[in-house]
Design a protein around this ligand. Structure first.
Ligand code: FES
Length: 97
């Protein structure tokens, strides 16, 4: 299936048509893309069905979108609120969900 391109905090992120944003992030090895407000604990996909709101991020400038429910679209921009290389860079690999 042909890839489409999203951007995550300004960096390219490949995805496949029909995926959710959460699936595209997981495929890229990103397991957490935000942190909890009080304790800074990593969060990403947890329930995967739109219930827990752990997977929030900014999609095309609209805040608080659930990655697990949002279908990808070519050219979509995703913002975690933490720039690459910053103190809250999204976690790759075995981070907590
Ligand atoms: S993973 Fe629970 S709402 Fe998205």
């Amino acid at each position: 299936m042909p890839e489409i391109q999203l951007s995550l905090d300004g960096m390219p992120l490949p995805a496949r048509p029909g995926q959710t944003v959460g699936a595209a992030l997981t495929d890229a090895g990103i397991s957490a893309w935000r942190t909890t407000r009080n304790e800074g604990r990593p969060r990403g996909l947890f329930c995967g069905i739109g219930i827990c709101f752990d997977c929030l991020l900014v999609v095309d400038g609209v805040p608080n979108q659930r990655a697990c429910l949002t279908p990808v679209r070519d050219g979509m921009t995703l913002d975690t609120g933490c720039a690459p290389g910053g103190p809250e860079t999204p976690t790759q690999g075995g981070g907590a969900a």
